[in-house]
Design a protein around this ligand. Structure first.
Ligand code: ZN
Length: 328
């Protein structure tokens, strides 16, 4: 594929003063280590399509990662132009069996988010999920009594989700009529991939009812930046396992927000953070994972929940309320 890059400023504060977190060589090595790490944990004969989110990432590894000296956000520099990014996602076409396996695994995990959302919003209502993918959150939300609809740019995933009886559409947030109002807009594991996160927040704001809730779940750039140097030191095996189990090795994301940089971005777009929680990645293990590796994954994630809480956790979940009327 033709790849087009551009020099990038910080997606949060616009600053150009940044330090290198990982060079092209570092990242190439991380991707190689990730393959080796995953393959060692899979049973022989795993069908290639089941490697879906484990190895065949939709997002290419970055050319180089930097951290903004002003606000701490980790980002790709240079970065791919927006249209390249969208083509990458829209072109994905996993088979229905793979989508079904992802749906089953993710639905269980998303029950946590559906529950947290209810605690923050205090009452059920209407919702829009941006990046609804296979519809796993839509299912978990429906179980909790929410009326959620989804939007996604992956045609096969939208087709699959509609086949399960959920309201899902092909497109981006901008394609949702600006006159629609939702009680909740949820963007799980997708916000960090968007070409223009600031614009996405403005678009979400416009579609939220007064006092509406925005829910985001993103990889923690601060966690990656803190562990990255350990990949070259005596604790590299541990650092590699912690990053790999949280899908952070090779950093297959466009932006690595931190708890404070995300809060800053949200405040600038008319939101106030009402709840923040640190988390580890949803489990990736399935019937093709070796038994010891399933335990390793569980132990790693449980240990992390114990030590790396809140702003130090590998993933961040943030719930924010609309505090300013649209256009103010
Ligand atoms: Zn910055």
């Amino acid at each position: 594929m033709r790849r087009v890059y551009e020099l990038a400023g910080c997606p949060v504060c616009g600053g150009y003063d940044a330090v290198e977190v990982a060079s092209a060589d570092d990242l190439r090595r991380e991707v190689e280590e990730l393959w080796e790490f995953r393959l060692r944990r899979l049973l022989a004969g795993v069908p290639p399509e089941r490697l879906a989110d484990r190895l065949a990432f939709s997002q290419h590894a970055p050319l180089r990662l930097v951290r903004c000296t002003a606000c701490g956000t980790v980002f790709r520099n240079p970065r791919e132009r927006a249209h390249v990014l969208e083509e990458t996602y829209a072109g994905e076409a996993p088979d229905p069996r793979t989508l079904r396996a992802l749906f089953d695994a993710q639905r269980r995990a998303y029950r946590t988010q559906a529950r947290r959302l209810l605690r923050v919003a205090r009452r059920r209502g209407s919702g829009l999920e941006v990046g609804s993918y296979v519809g796993a959150f839509l299912a978990a939300a429906r179980e909790r009594g929410w009326r959620f609809e989804g939007i996604d740019i992956a045609r096969s995933a939208v087709h699959f989700t509609r086949g399960l009886g959920f309201d899902a559409r092909l497109g981006t947030l901008e394609d949702v009529p600006a006159a629609r109002r939702f009680d909740v807009v949820a963007i799980w594991n997708t916000f960090e991939q968007l070409p223009d996160p600031r614009r996405a927040l403005a678009e979400a704001h416009r579609r939220l009812a007064p006092g509406g809730v925005l829910a985001l779940r993103v990889p923690n750039g601060a966690f990656y930046a803190a562990l990255r140097p350990a990949l070259d030191g005596p604790l590299r095996r541990l650092a590699r396992a912690l990053l790999a189990h949280n899908n952070l090795l090779g950093f297959p994301y466009r932006h690595g927000f931190t708890a404070t940089s995300l809060e800053r971005l949200l405040a600038a777009e008319g939101f106030r953070v009402v709840r923040r929680t640190g988390d580890s990645l949803v489990p990736l293990a399935d019937e093709w994972t070796k038994r010891w590796a399933r335990w390793e994954e569980r132990l790693c994630q449980a240990a992390l929940r114990g030590v790396a809480r809140g702003a130090a956790a590998p993933w961040l979940e943030v719930y924010a309320r609309v505090v300013r009327p649209t256009g103010a």
